[in-house]
Ligand binder design. Structure first.
Ligand code: CP3
Length: 349
């Protein structure tokens, strides 16, 4: 039996008897033990910056479900905070950010930003110490364009203001993306040194970009981050998630030196297979709304994804994160179906 976690074997390009599985947002409001833990933190940012609580939140789904990967509990918006832009979460609404600082101020903050995120390193060390050796620990960061959309708009949105900014101020946007490339690379190096065995770049808002713009603001920054992380001597595999970019994900897979490409719900079986043939592992792409809905259609889709994609290197996951009101029984059903191992619906933690 191999000691290497199944998730890392898949990212190394192995085709496995069954795919490794983990879910985006597997920790969070779908779990009652998370909701209980969350009440003990002053606010969401304080929760993320508390290694004891964040490690506990990371491990909660690992106790319930036989997931092959744990993703560190944190948020993509911790980085703008570390760069000096105010970030807070409005209860029931979502993230809010203060005014975008001057680019020079952001640039000056890059060097000190990783130290401000050191508690996430502590969370990773705590989780790695408790997690079984055959389960992989995943670190992550928001990708530059996605983080920039929040920094520019000050909140979650349809991102029309950010896209307009990209056209009106191309040089300013490039400078902002450069700051984010440099600070994200440092942050990810720190995470790998603290125990992250794979690193994921969340480009959650890669939709509606023309091919040339996608090349400049998504593909380019992702390549530069990975080059900087490699230059720092870190060799852990990368998963890139350019969510919503449609057929451009094939350009992404061909150009960006990631080991894994996370696909969203609309990815076709044929496209996934072409990306595998190009030498990359794929991850995805069960609809999070189908997971919430459950029933025979869910079982059929799980089987179809495995049938289509497990002939090559494949990691079972969703096309986007678990919805907070997803019945736990549905998660149990999918995880048991994929792994053949029992999970706990009730009374866990
Ligand atoms: O289990 C995991 O996936 C790890 C933890 C994780 C969180 N956020 C915790 C979280 C991860 C990987 C993220 C990434 C993240 N954060 C993304 C990219 C992934 C994606 O879903 O597209 C984005 C866009 C954010 C920004 C963000 N954080 C928003 C827009 C929101 C509010 C929306 C909402 O669902 O309320 C958050 C808050 C957030 N991040 C929560 C959690 C568990 C919910 C807040 C709470 O518990 O009070």
């Amino acid at each position: 039996m191999s000691e290497t976690p199944r998730l890392l074997r898949a990212l190394a390009g192995e085709t496995l008897d069954r795919p490794p599985i983990w879910f985006m947002r597997q920790a969070g409001r779908s779990l009652p033990e998370y909701r209980e833990l969350r009440t003990r933190a002053k606010d969401f940012m304080a929760f993320c910056f508390n290694p004891e609580m964040a490690a506990e939140a990371t491990l909660q789904p690992m106790r319930r479900f036989p997931m092959d990967g744990a993703i560190v509990f944190a948020d993509i918006l911790l980085l703008p905070q570390a760069l000096g832009q105010e970030v807070w979460f409005e209860a029931g609404e979502g993230p809010r950010l203060g005014a975008l600082p001057q680019i020079e101020a952001l640039r000056d903050a890059v060097e000190g930003s990783t130290a401000k995120l050191s508690s996430i390193g502590e969370t990773l060390r705590r989780v790695r110490a408790e997690l079984e050796p055959d389960r992989a620990l995943i670190g992550f960061a928001g990708a530059p364009w996605t983080v920039a959309t929040y920094m520019i708009e000050g909140r979650g949105s349809q991102r029309e203001m950010a896209r307009t900014y990209a056209y009106e101020n191309p040089e300013k946007l490039d400078s902002l993306l450069d700051v984010l490339v440099d600070s994200t690379a440092r942050y990810l190096v720190m995470q790998a040194k603290a125990g992250a065995q794979a690193l994921k770049l969340f480009e959650s808002w890669a939709e509606n970009l023309a091919e040339d713009v996608f090349e400049r603001i998504v593909i380019g920054p992702h390549i530069r981050i990975i080059e900087q992380v490699r230059a720092a001597g870190v060799n852990v595999p990368f998963i890139g998630f350019p969510r919503g970019c449609g057929a451009l994900v094939e350009n992404y897979a061909a150009r960006v030196p990631v080991q894994g490409v996370a696909l969203d719900t609309q990815a076709s079986f044929a496209m996934g297979k072409r990306i595998q043939s190009g030498g990359k592992t794929i991850q995805g792409a069960l609809d999070n709304l189908l997971l919430r809905t459950g029933g025979p259609a869910l079982d059929r889709r799980v089987d179809a994804l495995i049938e289509a994609w497990n002939g090559g290197p494949y990691i079972f996951n969703l096309g986007h994160g678990v919805m907070p009101d997803t019945p736990i029984e549905h998660i149990v059903r999918v995880v048991e179906r994929v792994t053949g191992k029992p999970a706990k619906a009730f009374g866990a933690a």
